[in-house]
Design a protein around this ligand. Structure first.
Ligand code: CP3
Length: 342
């Protein structure tokens, strides 16, 4: 059996046609997602319903034949499993109860307790491992400690993560303890996803760009390195994709500093720059601007081809620079795949 294309790229192979999947490929731009979401009720009920979560994960694979499926869940479930309250305000996005001091950090549940809440997610992974086409790679994921902490502290992700930065300034020791606690839970969570059948895991640090200088080293690079080292000790053959979104110059050397097998780059950097400065260390994933999935036309095709060309000299996984948006035209995904695969 020939190995799956996504796994080959992650091992460092340069392929003539890059494997492709899209962040948020299971989402509101698809009518079948909206129908299943309505059937589930609210978003969290969908995340915790293994049959329906597996169904929405499979929908974009059936429709488009992507090279990878990403488990349907959310990065904030782990915060809920650790003891924070989580809800989704319709049309507004996620909301959490807020941790405001060291006592709040110490009141979180012990790491072992997370599995009770997260068990349905592992069941979703088991269903997917059974039902995915044999050429499709199954990606598990978690949020990186900093990004998850911004929601657990601020209650939402907006406003430049001001509350999390304020907590860090007020009590750096308690702040570091919170990130350590999230990192411990993340290693457990990702290990359980791998045990259930995830073949690759991805660490989303969506707000990495707001950490600067020493903070970027301490609260983005170091936790990623620590999580990846612990995972590799338990599961040496499972590749890890790291996504320190909007890290800018921080992308340079990120794979070497953290042990990630692949660095996902957002669309604030050019593909040519990323090829020269990031792909030199191994596989890169990215980085089409998601707005092309809304606007389509000749620009979509030209940009997709330009990105493939820029990364053609090394291992590359085609993806967007951030998630596909609800306004995207589902037909543009076919146009994108045609541009990449010919
Ligand atoms: O298809 C996939 O990519 C897998 C599933 C997935 C979701 N969220 C489903 C989702 C993944 C990997 C995530 C990660 C996630 N969640 C991140 C990191 C990636 C990123 O986008 O930066 C973050 C920051 C979150 C937190 C989160 N969840 C936000 C900010 C929102 C609201 C934004 C929005 O689009 O409404 C969510 C909700 C969410 N997570 C949706 C989906 C499909 C939309 C919810 C709905 O159906 O109403």
């Amino acid at each position: 059996m020939t190995e799956k294309t996504l796994l080959r790229a992650l091992k460092g192979e340069t392929l003539p046609i890059p494997p492709v999947w899209l962040m948020r490929q299971a989402g509101r731009y698809l009518p079948e997602y909206r129908a299943t979401r309505a059937q589930a009720g609210d978003f969290l009920s969908l995340c915790y319903n293994p049959e329906l979560a597996a169904e929405v994960t499979l929908q974009p694979i059936r429709r488009y034949g992507f090279d990878a499926a990403i488990l349907f869940a959310d990065i904030l479930l782990i915060g809920q499993a650790m003891g924070s309250k989580l809800w989704f305000a319709e049309g507004e996005g996620p909301r959490m109860s807020t941790i405001t001091d060291a006592a709040g950090v110490d009141a979180l549940r012990p790491t072992e307790a997370i599995h009770e809440t997260l068990a349905p997610v592992y069941e979703t992974v088991r269903i997917l491992a059974r039902e995915l086409p044999k050429e499709t790679t199954l990606i598990g994921f978690a949020g990186a400690p900093w990004t998850v902490a911004t929601y657990m502290i601020g209650g939402k992700g907006k406003d430049e993560q001001a509350a999390a930065h304020a907590f860090k300034a007020a009590d750096r020791v308690a702040f570091a303890r919170l990130l350590d606690r999230i990192a411990d839970a993340t290693v457990e969570y990702l290990s359980a996803q791998i045990a259930a059948g995830a073949e690759v895991v991805k660490l989303f640090d969506s707000w990495a760009g707001s950490l600067k200088g020493q903070d970027f080293q301490e609260f983005c690079v170091a936790p990623a390195a620590r999580i990846i080292a612990d995972l590799k000790a338990r599961h040496p053959d499972i590749p890890v994709i790291a996504f320190p979104r909007e890290a800018g110059q921080g992308y340079v050397g990120f794979a070497r500093a953290t042990g990630a097998d692949c660095v996902a780059v957002d669309n604030s950097v050019s593909a040519d720059w990323a090829a020269a400065h990031v792909q030199v260390d191994g596989c890169v994933q990215g980085n089409l601007d998601p707005r092309h999935m809304v606007t389509g036309g000749p620009d979509l095709v030209a940009e997709a081809k330009r990105i493939c060309k820029a990364f053609a000299g090394g291992p590359h996984i085609f993806n967007l620079g951030h998630g596909i948006t609800p306004e995207a035209d589902p037909d543009n995904v076919h146009r994108l795949l045609e541009a990449i695969r010919g």
